[in-house]
Design a protein around this ligand. Structure first.
Ligand SMILES: Nc1ncnc2c1ncn2[C@@H]1O[C@H](COP(=O)(O)OP(=O)(O)OP(=O)(O)O)[C@@H](O)[C@H]1O
Length: 318
């Protein structure tokens, strides 16, 4: 009998994992609240895929526990052949989650509906599920088209539809926009960010792209050196973030004097360009208004993009 859901759709407690003497995950703790779109952010090789394999039951941890919708995924069992105990997943829990790990395996000679009907058959679901999940991923009109004729973005949406068969409470995706073109990326971002509202599913996805986090997630955590090094909801993170800005103005010298008078530090990079570093987000409107009010011609102002590595190094070195 499954217990009542806790406040978190997913929780990892003190998870450790070692490969051939190399510690990949080290006492990792993570909690994903129901209804969130949770980004699991980390650079290449930090252990995102390893974590996802552990929390989908594909690979047992060396230590720690995984809780899905309030129930423990792993139990320690003594093997019949050896005296040592090992973690074994409770497969009954896996129907509560849908997982998309690595590139989806799709059949090019089947239509989208035929492909999904196989999933329905395996899971013992009514065929009405096919129309439901196709509608969620906006592929209703492509139901009778061959999968081999789909764009990469459509294939990814179909793969997500497949994971949604049976209406799982939690969806887990490993780098879901990898390899897609800009329009495919946009579609997947929109689909995933709307899923909690449209189906009640909590979304957990890994990425190495900071931009992805800002555009899709409600919360995020940064994995580094096997642990969660930073965790926040998006609005608090945005409010606390500082930006480097470039301003294109008619007279950089005059603009510099105005900014200095109001306590902003700026650097002139040429007679028409200023750079302002470490500017808090909520100071940006005031800075623009000051320049305009003082009669400075402001042609353009843009934020310099920060990579995950830069952002993490700048703000969270310990
Ligand atoms: N089955 C395995 N056997 C041995 N080492 C492994 C295995 N799987 C992963 N590793 C190692 O664990 C570390 C983390 O790998 P993992 O694939 O989890 O990282 P990742 O954050 O998902 O990286 P990427 O973004 O490149 O996919 C790497 O050093 C990798 O070489």
């Amino acid at each position: 009998m499954l217990s009542q859901p806790s406040e978190n759709a997913l929780a990892l407690n003190q998870i450790s994992k070692t490969y051939a003497g190399e510690q990949v995950l080290s006492q990792l703790n993570l909690a994903v609240p129901y209804g969130s779109v949770y980004a699991f952010l980390g650079n290449n090789g930090e252990g995102k895929s390893t974590t996802i394999r552990v929390l989908t039951g594909l690979e047992a941890p060396d230590a720690g526990s995984v809780t899905i919708c309030g129930d423990s995924l792993y139990a320690k069992r003594r093997s019949l052949l050896s005296r040592s105990a090992r973690f074994v997943p409770d497969y009954r829990l896996l129907h509560r989650l849908g997982g998309l790990i690595d590139a989806p395996s799709l059949y090019p000679n089947l239509t989208a509906a035929e492909f999904l009907s196989i999933g329905c058959g395996i899971k013992g679901l009514p065929v009405s599920e096919i129309d439901r999940v196709l509608a969620v991923v906006s592929l209703t009109d492509a139901a009778k088209r061959l999968v081999g004729q789909f764009s990469l973005g459509m294939k990814q949406r179909l793969a997500i539809a497949h994971t949604l068969l049976g209406d799982p409470e939690l969806l887990i995706l490993d780098e879901p926009t990898n390899g897609l073109d800009p329009s495919g990326i946009r579609d997947i971002r929109q689909l995933l960010s709307e899923l909690p509202a449209s189906t009640g599913t909590t979304v957990f996805f890994s990425t190495h792209n900071l931009d992805e986090v800002e555009k899709m997630a409600t919360r995020f955590a940064v994995l580094k050196d096997g642990r969660i090094r930073f965790e926040s909801d998006i609005p608090s993170w945005k409010a606390a973030q500082q930006f480097n800005m470039t301003l294109e103005v008619g007279d950089a010298n005059a603009a510099h004097t105005v900014l200095l008078k109001h306590g902003f530090q700026s650097k002139m990079t040429n007679p028409n360009t200023l750079r302002v570093e470490g500017l808090p987000r909520d100071e940006q409107p005031r800075l623009h208004a000051l320049l305009v009010n003082e009669g400075i011609e402001l042609f353009q102002s843009y934020q310099c993009k920060t990579s995950l590595e830069q952002w993490f190094t700048n703000e969270h070195t310990d």
